[in-house]
Design a protein around this ligand. Structure first.
Ligand code: AHR
Length: 331
């Protein structure tokens, strides 16, 4: 049963939501969660679904945060084969079911205006998790929560410039075209590299976040450029590890002949840094489920929230840094 409908209804929810929020944050009694009984706050999660280590960590963290103990009934709806149409269908169903809140991790950056408008009309707040929308119109959603792709890519490019004072030939292995995170990572990297000397971007290609695809793509790139590539900017860990496999298949040594940068910071990437497959790993912290719960409780209590909430992330530039972090790594 959903607690919300009209603005008056939302006022009623405010009290309950606040109590639920306190329970969720451990600041109040847990009676609120049980007092609500079946009056849990219903949350529709329009998710990406299985995609790789980062996605699994992020979606599991969100599901764990929006628990029944915290006062939520989370309805998880992963995309079918990554299709935006399946996400729009799920999004529309959640509106029809009159859930209290919708969480959206979009498989495409564009094409959301219509359903976001419908959610607004139904007075259902929408939180964008990880992925943004383009063109960005923050009147269409309550907030976006995620690390800052642009600055993460700037830090990757700055490491590359510092590591190659004479410059280098490099390639970019991108995530699927049309994603906000891919566009933001490209912008951060390209804006920073624009001022660098001696660097040549030989080519960039979509390797679909995939280790196998990245291995195939980079094998072809190495052949096409007679192995004269010293640097790879891989926009996620899986693709960077695939590039490392291609380097070894070509009889070259990762870290020596070709340095590989990745984004995400999964355990596999930190191990790759320790083993020498990777040279720089920029974390894209997926663990923001509690932040999303806090925002939902604030919204349900009628409080203002920031339109963009940036999740802190760190970088790893050595095997020693990775070794120090790995034992406590949550993902
Ligand atoms: O949107 C975040 C990206 O999606 C991650 O960097 C990647 O691993 C995931 O598939």
């Amino acid at each position: 049963m959903s607690l919300k409908k009209t603005r008056a209804g939302l006022a009623a929810l405010t009290v309950t939501g606040l109590a639920l929020g306190l329970a969720a944050c451990g600041g109040g009694t847990d009676d609120a969660a049980t007092a609500g009984g079946d009056d849990l706050v219903t949350v529709g999660f329009v998710a990406v679904g299985p995609e790789g280590g980062w996605r699994t960590a992020n979606e599991n963290n969100v599901k764990a945060a929006f628990s029944k103990e915290a006062g939520f009934d989370l309805k998880y709806s992963p995309a079918t084969d990554g299709s935006q149409n399946s996400q729009i269908t799920a999004f529309t169903s959640f509106i029809d079911e009159e859930v209290d809140v919708i969480l959206l991790s979009a498989t495409e950056a564009t094409g959301w205006e219509d359903v976001l408008g419908k959610a607004q009309e139904a007075e259902i707040p929408v939180l964008l998790l990880d992925r943004g929308i383009e063109p960005d119109d923050d009147s269409l959603y309550a907030t976006h929560i995620g690390p800052d792709n642009y600055s993460i890519s700037v830090s990757a490019a700055e490491w590359a410039i510092e590591t190659f004072p004479e410059g280098a030939n490099y390639v970019v292995l991108e995530g699927p075209a049309g994603l906000s995170v891919v566009n933001e990572r490209n912008r951060g990297w390209d804006d920073t590299m624009a001022d660098a000397t001696g660097f040549t971007k030989l080519e960039s290609q979509d390797a679909n976040w995939s280790t196998d695809e990245a291995k195939k793509v980079f094998e072809t790139m190495l052949k096409a450029h007679n192995n004269d590539i010293q640097l790879v900017f891989a926009q996620n860990d899986e693709m960077g590890l695939g590039a490392a496999q291609a380097v070894e298949a070509a009889g070259l040594t990762p870290g020596t002949d070709v340095k590989i940068i990745t984004i995400d910071g999964t355990k596999a990437a930190l191990q790759g840094l320790i083993d020498g497959q990777l040279s720089f790993v920029a974390e894209y912290n997926p663990l923001f489920g509690d932040t999303a719960v806090d925002v939902v409780n604030k919204l349900l209590a009628g409080e203002e929230v920031e339109s963009n909430i940036i999740i802190d992330s760190v970088t790893f530039d050595s095997a020693e840094a990775a070794e120090a972090a790995l034992p406590d790594r949550e993902y």
